[in-house]
Every structure is written in structure tokens, then in C-alpha cells.
Design a protein around this ligand. Structure first.
Ligand SMILES: [Zn+2]
Length: 468
């Protein structure tokens, strides 16, 4: 047995092995509840994977996208192919000359267009208020739900078929999720955190200019953080979001409780809080906020993922300047070049990174450009254009813990599909030329705009008539 030169004694080697074992133990992730489900059993599309009856989903019959070039998100180059959907699933992808669908199939000609997996946005706030702020109406839950419904249209018209909402008002994110799930309102799938958990006066609860009323849970003490996780889970959370500041004990308690419930944890924090969060076992770090080389090394070692949200800070720097001094947890300078440098260092370390926009106030009104610009930042640090698209689709599905169902165009996956008038795998700007969007098999966007089919009246009881 040979040791690295700096291991000078067997005793030191034992310490090293112990440390590595500790790292391996700490790497335990959210428990995969699928382990307890019999093979072949049908489950819902909820990441908690609660077994559910096999009710058919999506539209009746077969839909065919014929004549396009298919960028399937697996890493294969785009190719001419036809995509055949059955209800809400991809049934098969066949060569252009194959025609093996039923006569009554809905065949859509996408000649000259590119068919790719629906985009995923890992960081939204569907209900944060727009200026002018702080009116009674704006903080009402009813208004929050309607704000979210409006924003869902902007996202889905941008080719985004799933969003992970990492803090919104009250029950609005869960309500929005259910209404999209029933195909009752147009929009992307919503994977919701509910509210973020932070310490007293922490991020989002620190008297900032942008009020986050109803989107933040302030708790003190490990037990209180644990209970906050359970409360969010019981209300339907798909993921847990924590934010600085916190103690080591608080973040560890939240991570352990979430993982036991099968949920991943993502963290919005900075500087030494990132180190604490990674040590505690969080699954993902949001934003490009300051962190040390040691922390980046630990993230890579433990497989901690990242959702850098670089582009949104370009808005911030235009409006607020290059610093964060709002609370005891957030006191540091940053700027565009520093943010890109963090992105570059994380890529060099081999950290798995996804795409999120974090659009607050009225910035969602710029969509799809913020999403496309986030992808461009990825290409600035060495991702090829196809690699950036894969980060937006396959990798984002992995980060959502939904890669068995979303993120690539492959038989058996859910039919979340984007068709663009162009070649986005060659030019990211072509992503703005959205033609069609299908979510769960439903055609939600056609000709670049949301389409809402006319309602089909159900049977109504006949009117009463007097007896002759
Ligand atoms: Zn955010």
C-alpha cells in the first residue's frame, strides 16, 4: 500500500481514511422513495413519487411532429426525425421516412424547425410583487395567485415547460401548481418550495426595498427549522429552500429532515454560510455569491450542485450597484466580472450547474431574453452552445430530481416539448423564435402565443316542464 507523500505515517493515514468516510456519509442525498415501489407500478409525476392510480393524462390520441430536426438533449447532435406522442408521453422517435401512426393522429408539420426538450427554469418567484409596491392589494394572496398566473404565460411562451419556484406568497405556488397540473390554466409545470426558511432578520426578512411578505419563514433554533421543513412538506413542497443567515445546527437540522422526507435542499447564501451549508449536506447552492476556493473544492468533492443565476445580477448592478449590505448576513462587494469568475471557477472544479433566472419585480416582462442571456453566460466560460442547451434541459431535470421523466426527448418520457423556428443548437438567439410548446402532451403555445381551446360543455340536466 502506498501513500501520498504528505501522508507521513500510518496514524495519519487512518485519520485520512476516517475523514474520507465522514465525507462519504455526509454525501447521503434525499432518500429515493422509488426504492419501495414495485417495478412497473404507476406513480404520479410528483418528485415525492407517491403511488397513484393509473389515470390517463394528456390529450386523447396520437400527436406527431413531422419534418423537423430533433435536438434530443442527450448529447447527440440534432438530426432529421419525427417525434410520435401518445397522450402525454413520447412514444417513439423515428426516421423521417417512417410513417407508422394511426390514421386519426394529429400530424403537425414542423419542417425547417428544431424540436427540443422543453426548457426548465430552476429559480422563479412567481408571486413577488411588482412596483409600485406595498399596497394592500399587492400583498393579498388572491393578487399573488393572479400575478403567478400572468407570469406562467410569460414563461411558457418562452419555451419553458417547468419552473422551480423557490419562494412565493402563502399557498399561491401550490395552488398554481395544481391548476397547471389539471391543465386548467396555461403554464409550465410548477415545482414549488413554498416559502424560504431563514434566521431572524435573515435574507428576505431584512427590511429590504423589495418586500417579500408572505414568502419568508423566519425561525430560530434547530428544532424550529426542522418543524418548518415538515410544515412545508405537509403543504406540498417539492423542494426546500433555505437562506442565510443560520447556525450550523439550524441548516443541518433542515437538511436532515428534508432528506428523510425525500426532498432536496437548495441554499441561497454567501461566504462562510456556503461552506456551512455544503458541510451540512445541502444539495444545491443558488447564485454566484462570494465563496472561497476551499468551498468550491468541497462542493466538487461532495457533489453539491449549483444554480448560478448570473444574468439577474446584471439587472441588480444597473439598479443597486455592486454591493450587498442589507443585513448581518449579507455584507460584501460583487460585480459582473466577479460573478463570471465564480461561474468559471465552479466549471473548472467540475460542479454540476443548471439554469435559473431568479427574475423579481417586473423583470419577467423581458422574457425570453433573461433566460437566453443566462445561457450566454455559460458559453462565456467555455460551454458550447449545445452544452448550454443540455444544462437547460437534461441537467436541469437531474437537478429537479425528475430526469426519469423530463429533460430529454426519449421514448417513455413526458411530452414537454419546444419547437423553434431556427437552430438554437447553433445560435442561442434562435430560442426567442418560439413556435410550439407542448406540456404534458397538451399544445399550450401555437405560433408563439398561448392557445386556450374552447371549453367543451358537459351534459346539463334538462329544464323542468309542466306535465301535460
Ligand atoms: Zn431568488
Amino acid at each position: 500500500m502506498t501513500y501520498h507523500p504528505w501522508v507521513r505515517s500510518a496514524a495519519q493515514a487512518v485519520i485520512l481514511v476516517g475523514a474520507l468516510a465522514a465525507v462519504a456519509a455526509a454525501q447521503e442525498r434525499a432518500r429515493d422513495r422509488r426504492r419501495y415501489i414495485a417495478p412497473g407500478q404507476v406513480t404520479t409525476d410528483d418528485p415525492r413519487r407517491v403511488p397513484a392510480p393509473a389515470t390517463p393524462r394528456g390529450p386523447d390520441g396520437v400527436t406527431v411532429l413531422r419534418g423537423g430536426r430533433v435536438f434530443d438533449g442527450t448529447g447527440a447532435p440534432a438530426r432529421a426525425a419525427t417525434v410520435v406522442l401518445e397522450r402525454n408521453r413520447i412514444a417513439r422517435i423515428v426516421a423521417p421516412n417512417v410513417q407508422d401512426w394511426p390514421r386519426d393522429a394529429r400530424v403537425i408539420d414542423v419542417t425547417g424547425k428544431t424540436v427540443l426538450p422543453g426548457l426548465i427554469d430552476l429559480h422563479t418567484h412567481l408571486t413577488y410583487i411588482e412596483p409600485p409596491i406595498s399596497t394592500t392589494e399587492d400583498v393579498a394572496d388572491q393578487d399573488a395567485a393572479l400575478r403567478g398566473a400572468e407570469r406562467l404565460r410569460y414563461f411558457v411562451e418562452s419555451g419553458i415547460t417547468s419552473v422551480r419556484d423557490v419562494a412565493s406568497t402563502g399557498n399561491a405556488p401550490f395552488v398554481l401548481k395544481r391548476w397547471v397540473d389539471r391543465n386548467a390554466i396555461p403554464g409550465p409545470r410548477v415545482f414549488a418550495a413554498g416559502q424560504l426558511i431563514t434566521g431572524r432578520g435573515g435574507h428576505g426578512a431584512d427590511g429590504r426595498e423589495i418586500a417579500l411578505d408572505g414568502s419568508v419563514i423566519e425561525r430560530t433554533g434547530a428544532d424550529a427549522w426542522r418543524l418548518a421543513v415538515r410544515d412545508l412538506f405537509s403543504r406540498g413542497a417539492d423542494v426546500i429552500k433555505v437562506a442565510s443567515h443560520f447556525s450550523k445546527e439550524e441548516v443541518k437540522a433542515a437538511v436532515d429532515e428534508a432528506h428523510a422526507l425525500g426532498l432536496k435542499v437548495t441554499c441561497d447564501c454567501e461566504t462562510f454560510y456556503i461552506q456551512w451549508a455544503v458541510e451540512a449536506g445541502v444539495d444545491m447552492i443558488e447564485h454566484p455569491l462570494p465563496r472561497s476556493d476551499e468551498t468550491i473544492r468541497l462542493m466538487a468533492e461532495k457533489g453539491t450542485e449549483a444554480d448560478p443565476t448570473i444574468y439577474v445580477y446584471t439587472y441588480f448592478f444597473g439598479r443597486f450597484g455592486g454591493g450587498y449590505f442589507g443585513s448581518t448576513s449579507r455584507r460584501f462587494h460583487f460585480g459582473d466580472s466577479l460573478n463570471v469568475d465564480v461561474l468559471r471557477r465552479m466549471k473548472a472544479a467540475g460542479i454540476k450547474m443548471g439554469i435559473g433566472t431568479d427574475l423579481i419585480v417586473d423583470w419577467f416582462r423581458s422574457l425570453p431574453h433573461p433566460y437566453i442571456n443566462e445561457l450566454k453566460y455559460f458559453t462565456l466560460v467555455g460551454y458550447s452552445v449545445p452544452e448550454a442547451l443540455i444544462a437547460a434541459t437534461r441537467t436541469n431535470a437531474e437537478l429537479l430530481d425528475m430526469d426519469d421523466k423530463l429533460g430529454t426527448l426519449e421514448p417513455g418520457k413526458l411530452a414537454d416539448i419546444l419547437v423553434v423556428n431556427g437552430r438554437p443548437d447553433e445560435s442561442l438567439d434562435d430560442l426567442a423564435k418560439v413556435d410550439l410548446v407542448l406540456r404534458d402532451g397538451w399544445l399550450v403555445v401555437e405560433g408563439g402565443r398561448v392557445v386556450v381551446p374552447r371549453h367543451q360543455p358537459t351534459d346539463a340536466p334538462p329544464i323542468w316542464r309542466p306535465k301535460p
